[in-house]
Design a protein around this ligand. Structure first.
Ligand SMILES: [Zn+2]
Length: 691
């Protein structure tokens, strides 16, 4: 290696990383390291693939599937670091690399998935699977390879394969462009509140967050509302200035739809067109059929049936709430029809009337540190996990915190990284990802797991206070993190959260239920100044308010899920105008004009920044059928920390990762499959459900 130049020699991706945890040396990683690291890792991977495909020995599980599971580790290392940074702490240089790499990485995957010699070996093993005497986990991994390759276009005639490959590369570039356009629109906008009257109605907490957001954008001593959900939603709930609410709301729903260089409409039409074409080449009538065939739901009809069942009672509830909100407008002497930018503001007032609950009254009890402690303590009570903060692990931003996670016997289970605060270098939303997944293939390798949030950071020296929704998001993402941290499988292919998209939200949404337990809130919802626990009557009012405004929440979500499904069932989707299409779907389902979609198509990152939730946004509700029913398994024992039920959750769901079919895993946990009844009760639509 003597010919390597100094700059290449210093590339951290070519080094072994420091023990004990071999975490990425973030301080040493610079944008210019990625391209050479990607190139060398992709070349290594192709070398490994060719060696597997061209060997003269007959295919065996060991020389083909195990060898594939061992391959590509250098690429996993560079990709996982890159994608973590591209989401949580990006910059112009990383965004340029992302644009350059996404089609190259798609081409790389195609070279593997469409490799005839390799697929022939997998196919031979699959056809002979009954004779191979595999363990259940090995059989599942073989099945996942056979399915993944077939669904990627392996085995198609040459012309179809090359078209599938070209489509994959183009889709990757479109996904990156879509995501970068949304981020650009979010970075470009801030509603600057200059005068005291612009702050009318805003609590001290919202003002402090607005000062921090302005400072982060180089405007100290001002207040700014950004398009991050954690900034704009509290503003829309509390600003008494209807004109400013309208302005901010208008900018929020216009992301990706502004008509300029960052407009996403053409990207959407091309994306859905290419997805449909690829699905047809692989043998499915539409992309939705293709997508759902490998999900727990299996068919668009099953998804539609669930969404329809929830839609009618949710819409009825929302329409009744709308009338109550309109009455409030009139009572205040307002001479206007309620609009979408008014809903949250008047709903907050109605919440005060109906539930005697004020968001500003709750926030002092929901300090970020206490909610992190509550999430950790719940994991301790359910699964015996303990968390110890480490201060010497390299991180990508000074705000990132790291904990060592240990099991009941003190054994190391992984590292947990928490990146909690919104900043302009971070994509909006909240997510979990990994720098390394668990596997036992060549000795036990424990995972490095990340949670990313977009909480509005408090000013210097002040504790960050969360809304109850923020706290729920924290528990949600932590539930995903546990899925990765508690994974206990041999093969990376099926590790942790590598399960069907409509099953993956089960651990995360189930975990949210523990936040709502009085015994958890009594211990952790402590006033940030006095340390006093949340008063009992406030606690009861808070929990009683859980089903408040669920009509709105369900309608905004289901509308997005139905538009996603319709886009991917459309016969000629490349011909559509996405905004007109969206309006048409909403008109057909009777969308209330006063409620916006949770995500409009031009900024629907779940669906268009890559295909993660394409024809899959319904997954949250599908998983909610599971989580509502699964939590009842705890309730039925009379102890929401019941050890035997927790042990089944650990063994059958969390530790199992993707090693079992999701329906089978759920049945093992619960003894039966769920129905939607528990979900409808949870959302407060129980009366409608029995009709
Ligand atoms: Zn989730």
């Amino acid at each position: 290696m003597g010919s390597l130049k100094d700059s290449e020699h210093a590339n951290p991706f070519l080094d072994v990383w420091a023990p004990p945890h071999e975490t990425p040396p973030f301080a040493a990683i610079r944008p210019e390291h990625f391209r050479p690291a990607f190139d060398s890792a992709m070349a290594d991977h192709i070398g490994e693939i060719e060696a597997i495909a061209s060997q003269t020995d007959n295919p065996s599980f060991a020389n083909t599937i195990v060898a594939l599971e061992r391959s590509g580790q250098a690429l996993d290392r560079v990709s996982s670091v890159f994608h973590a940074l591209a989401g949580a702490h990006t910059n112009d240089a990383l965004m340029a690399i992302e644009r350059e790499m996404s089609p190259l990485l798609a081409a790389h995957r195609n070279r593997i998935h469409l490799h005839d010699g390799l697929y022939a070996r997998i196919k031979t093993l699959w056809d002979r699977r009954a004779a191979l005497e595999l363990t259940p986990e090995q059989a599942r991994v073989l099945e996942r390879y056979a399915v993944t390759f077939r669904r990627a276009g392996a085995g198609l005639p040459a012309a179809a394969k090359s078209r599938v490959a070209a489509i994959g590369e183009r889709l990757a570039a479109l996904g990156t462009a879509f995501s970068q356009n949304v981020l650009a629109d979010e970075q470009a906008y801030a509603l600057v509140l200059d005068r005291e009257e612009d702050l009318d109605g805003l609590s001290e907490g919202v003002r402090a967050a607005a000062r921090a957001a302005a400072a982060e954008r180089g405007m100290p001593d001002k207040h700014a509302i950004t398009l991050a959900r954690s900034s704009i939603e509290p503003f829309l709930r509390s600003s008494a200035r209807r004109d400013l609410r309208e302005k901010a709301y208008g900018a929020w729903i216009a992301r990706g739809n502004g008509g300029g260089a960052t407009d996403n409409k053409a990207i959407i039409a091309e994306t859905v067109g290419l997805r449909a074409e690829r699905a047809r080449l692989i043998g499915y009538p539409t992309f939705a059929h293709y997508r759902l065939d490998d999900a727990m739901a299996k068919t668009p009809e099953a998804v539609r049936a669930l969404l329809d069942r929830v839609w009618s009672p949710a819409r009825a509830r929302a329409m009744a709430d709308r009338d109550s909100l309109q009455e409030l407008v009139q009572q205040e002497g307002g001479n206007f029809d309620l609009a979408a930018w008014d809903w949250r503001y008047y709903a907050e007032k109605l919440r005060k009337v109906r539930c005697d609950i004020d968001a500003a009254e709750i926030a002092p009890y929901l300090a970020l540190d206490n909610m992190i402690a509550a999430a950790f303590d719940t994991a301790h009570r359910l699964f015996g996990l303990t968390f110890r903060e480490l201060h010497d692990v390299p991180v990508w931003h000074a705000d990132v915190r790291v904990w060592e996670v240990s099991g009941p016997g003190g054994q190391f289970r992984g590292l947990f990284f928490g990146d909690y605060f919104a900043r302009s270098s971070k994509r909006s939303g909240a997510w979990m990802t990994t720098l390394r997944t668990q596997r036992k293939l060549d000795g036990e390798l424990r995972p490095l797991v990340i949670n990313v949030m977009n909480f509005a950071k408090a000013g210097e020296g002040e504790p960050t206070l969360l809304s109850f929704d923020d706290a729920r998001t924290l528990f949600h993402e932590f539930g995903h993190a546990l899925h990765a941290l508690m994974s206990d499988v041999t093969f990376p292919m099926i590790s942790g959260t590598r399960v069907a998209t409509d099953f993956v939200e089960l651990p995360s949404q189930l975990y949210e239920h523990w936040l709502e337990q009085p015994e958890v809130l009594r211990r952790f919802a402590l006033h940030h100044r006095t340390g006093e626990p949340i008063p009992e009557d406030l606690l009861h009012r808070l929990l009683a308010a859980r089903t408040f405004d669920q009509g709105f929440a369900t309608v905004e979500y289901v509308a997005s899920a139905l538009v996603d499904l319709a886009l991917h069932l459309a016969p000629e989707p490349d011909k559509i105008d996405p905004v007109a299409f969206e309006a048409d779907v909403l008109a057909r389902i009777g969308m209330p004009a006063e409620i916006g979609m949770r995500h409009r198509s031009p900024h629907f990152l779940h669906v268009f920044a890559g295909s993660g939730y394409a024809a899959g946004y319904y997954s949250y509700m599908w998983s909610e059928v599971l989580d509502a029913d699964a939590f009842e398994a705890f309730r039925e024992t009379g102890d929401v920390f019941d050890p035997a039920t927790a042990a089944r959750l650990r063994d059958d769901i969390l530790a199992a990762g993707g090693s079992r079919d999701p329906g089978e895993a759920y049945r093992a946990f619960r003894g039966r499959l769920p129905t939607a009844d528990a979900l409808l009760r949870k959302r407060g639509f129980a009366a409608a459900a029995t009709g």
